[in-house]
Ligand binder design. Structure first.
Ligand code: TUI
Length: 312
């Protein structure tokens, strides 16, 4: 499955692991890269010193390419952008904003820049300022999301830009991978599938929530605050949505979610924590190693793309 993206980034398979805050640390990133995909360290809200350590830990574990995701609302985003350039990271993805101001720094350091976008407008703008590719992320995704579904967003972004497009949101197995290729994507990015990888350090309680989730179990909090975030429903989400419907202030709402992702991922507090996951959680039933996940994805997608679509 060689594509423009596997050639550009030097990995075996066109599969990129999402840069999930608190989840995408060096164990997961190194395992995905070592298995032939592209592992990503997720900076989330972490300090720049943490990101530097994580990069060095991945380098100790694999000689294969890996990337770093810069979450642009991070208060240390400027420092992290410099760490990425200094440490010779090959690929950077960005989320939750517009990374334009870091473009020159990264291009001069030879870093491939792949902004995550949720609209055609931002994809075009990113291409104009020198992005090497974009991830078009549909609203099925977990965490901070846009409005448009993957099915509708990906072909529209593909038609709007010349650079290669990577599809994300709602992809959980080889059928999703093949479908993304049919929409014109040159690779996929998957988050939820890797949350429950054997190598993922996510608390067991969190993994169980993902593994037991049904198709209708995610909710979007923060639609009224301008920061919509998809999570698996729990006690806290019920309370949040009730307050939001009653017109609570941003301050009241933020009190509920402050530190919520850490509580869920690290402490396993699945009652008051934020269990970020995509709508595809309902499809994911088993914990598997990154190597198994990648092998199955590729095998299933290749088989489908050979044209073995129908019963007879
Ligand atoms: O960034 C993500 N997903 C994330 S970031 C995150 S950390 C967080 N934690 C708690 C609360 C909120 C966030 C969790 N999940 N995905 C990429 C993504 N980017 N999705 C949507 C966007 C986006 C949205 C608007 C990108 C740019 C944008 O507008 C930029 C502009 O200036 O026009």
């Amino acid at each position: 499955m060689k594509t423009e993206i596997t050639r550009m980034l030097g990995m075996e398979y066109p599969i990129i692991q999402g840069g999930m805050a608190w989840v995408a640390e060096y164990h997961l990133a190194a395992s995905v890269s070592e298995a032939g995909g592209l592992g990503i360290i997720g900076s989330g809200g972490a300090p720049a010193s943490w990101v530097r350590e994580q990069i060095r830990e991945v380098k100790k574990r694999t000689a294969k390419p890996f990337g770093v995701n810069l979450m642009l609302m991070n208060p240390e985003a400027d420092e992290i952008a410099r760490v990425i350039a200094e440490e010779g990271v090959r690929v950077v993805t960005t989320g939750a904003g517009n990374p334009e101001k870091y473009m020159t720094l990264w291009k001069e350091a030879g870093v491939k820049v792949i902004p995550v976008v949720a609209s055609v407008a931002l994809a075009k703008r990113m291409e104009r300022c020198g992005a090497d590719a974009v991830v078009a992320e549909g609203t099925e995704s977990g965490g901070h999301i846009g409005e448009t579904t993957t099915m509708a967003l990906v072909p529209q972004v593909v038609d709007a830009v010349e650079i290669p497009v990577i599809a994300a949101g709602g992809i959980g197995d080889g059928r999703g991978v093949a479908a993304a290729f049919m929409l014109g994507a040159k690779a996929v990015q998957m988050g939820t599938r890797f949350v429950v990888a054997k190598e993922s350090i996510v608390h067991e309680n969190y993994k169980q929530y993902v593994l037991k989730a049904k198709d209708i179990d995610t909710r979007v909090t923060g639609r009224t605050t301008g920061h919509p975030v998809r999570v698996i429903r729990n006690k806290q989400v019920k309370e949040y949505l009730k307050l939001e419907a009653e017109g609570a202030t941003l301050e009241q709402l933020e009190k509920l979610t402050l530190g919520g992702l850490r509580r869920a991922v690290v402490d396993g507090d699945v009652d008051t924590g934020s269990i970020m996951a995509g709508q595809i959680a309902g499809l994911i039933r088993e914990e598997k190693s990154c190597a198994e996940i990648l092998r199955e994805l590729v095998e299933q997608a290749e088989n489908l793309m050979k044209g073995n679509l129908f019963d007879e």
